[in-house]
Design a binder for this molecule. Sequence first.
Ligand code: DX5
Ligand code: ZN
Length: 224
Amino acid sequence: MVKIAPSILSADFSRLGEEVRRVESAGADWVHVDVMDGMFVPNLTFGPTVIKHVRPYTQLPFDVHLMIVKPERYLKQFAEAGADLITVHVEASDQVRQSLDTVHVLGKGAGLSVNPETAFERAVPYLEQLELLLVMSVRPGFGGQSFMPDVMPKVREACRLKEENGYRYEIEVDGGINRHTAKICVEAGASVLVAGNALFGLADMGAEMSIWKGYEKVNSGNAL
Ligand code: DX5
Ligand code: ZN
């Protein structure tokens, strides 16, 4: 069954602790934490100190998505703040392999993300090392953007390579996920869905997530 990782980018930042509690009681699987530096993306959010303060409010794994330049500078701080999975962007540094290794040395799951305009081939050399492959379905930086269906071939290809080679990574899609686009992602082979706007506005986030969890992969037999 697909896992759901609500993005606290769409939460009420004045009540972040209560918001992650709400996510947990609604039945979410992970908490998705969007870290932005105003350089890699044109927006700023928060850093390790905020994560450390929110961490005690839930038992759910923290899936920390680093949209920052040269993330290798901060991996230790995010690990110490309570991240369980740490994802770096393939476009953000020339030290991708070292960063993934560092995340493992810190005892955390290593994720790699690809922007919509980045060729999937850029991620292929690292697939064997990953616990998580994050396929961006919007240009990172802001919640509430429209889903880009043309990234779905990356999801199908990631699925094919995983099955062929016995890789262990989850395939996560992030950006513009709602009831309709969630189905498209799961049918293509996504195993984790990130969603901000489509969930946080709802009084009953759990009911919506149950619908998404009913979707199943469709085996097209065609990778691309
Ligand atoms: C975008 C972030 C996403 C974002 C998703 O840069 O990585 O996690 O919060 O928000 P929605 O679901 O509103 O597109
Ligand atoms: Zn994200």
